[in-house]
Design a protein around this ligand. Structure first.
Ligand code: DGL
Length: 269
């Protein structure tokens, strides 16, 4: 690896949900230049096969490496579950990869929760990655998983903090599988946008954990260990999508917390 601190950090997701992670990194490490890729042409990843998600992740990582990214953050649980190991093998020595699963698993284990619920896409739940990794760290922790496939498209369409989202969220959270939990993992990078609604449902009785802060901390830890933290910003962040619509740009603002300009980038031809 021949990277310099001023090289950018690449971040990708199936769509604009990964902007929640990008924004956490941006606010924590404002000197870092980000190159974001949202694969809006193929979202949702949560309903795709692991093979399809691996193929998309490979091609996007290649694009981000062509932009000289020193690190690639897989800001999508579905892609982290299906493709992280393969990307590590395939691009061995070519970039630093960070997934969004391991930091959340480590937080659960170190914070001592005993009965943990996981909500995520079908792809993430079917992989059982959270159950397997949490159990590998501490066999005694009970892990209850529930696929919540309506949530990402609902959020992506801007339906949150309203009656529709309230009713869908309540229907999912009332599921038997989640009874008696002491912590709930929001194992999809779209879900920080409905964190408050989930918190309201539990009235503070259940700890809610998402990937934003833990991933941001992990990015800083690795860059600092590798002496790759950027000392001063040299140019602006860029946000690419594989299929542009003005409604994505509108929703993207809500995910990133400020106005951003999305650029169409066709990497599939
Ligand atoms: N943001 C993606 C994740 O964390 C899910 C959205 C999708 O299904 O594409 O899994």
């Amino acid at each position: 690896m021949n990277f310099k601190p001023e090289h950018p950090i690449g971040i990708f997701d199936s769509g604009i949900g990964g902007l929640t992670v990008a924004n956490a990194i941006h606010r924590f490490l404002p000197e870092e230049r980000l190159i974001y890729f949202g694969d809006t042409a193929h979202l949702p990843y949560g309903d795709k096969s692991a093979d399809a998600i691996r193929y998309y992740s490979l091609r996007i990582s290649k694009f981000l490496l062509e932009q000289n990214c020193k690190m690639i953050v897989i800001a999508c649980n579905s892609a982290s579950s299906a493709a992280y190991d393969m990307l590590l093998d395939f691009f061995e020595g070519k970039a630093l990869f960070v997934n969004v699963v391991d930091p959340l698993v480590n937080a659960v284990i170190s914070q001592g929760y005993q009965n943990v619920g996981v909500i995520a896409t079908k792809a993430t739940i079917n992989s059982s990655i959270y159950r397997n990794k949490i159990k590998a760290g501490n066999q005694k922790i009970k892990v209850n998983q529930l696929a919540t496939p309506l949530l990402a498209p609902m959020i992506e369409e801007g339906f949150y903090n309203g009656t529709i989202s309230k009713s869908i969220i309540e229907t999912y959270l009332a599921h038997d599988e989640l009874h008696g939990i002491d912590a709930l993992l929001l194992a999809c990078t779209h879900y920080p946008l409905i964190r408050k609604e989930i918190d309201d449902y539990y009235g503070g009785r259940v700890a809610i954990l998402d990937s934003t802060d833990v991933v941001r901390d992990e990015v800083k830890r690795i860059l600092s260990e590798e002496k790759l933290l950027c000392p001063a910003r040299i140019s602006e962040d860029r946000f690419f999508v594989s299929d542009f619509t003005s409604s994505f740009e509108e929703t993207a603002k809500n995910f990133y917390g400020q106005d951003i300009h999305l650029e169409a980038k066709h990497i599939w031809s």
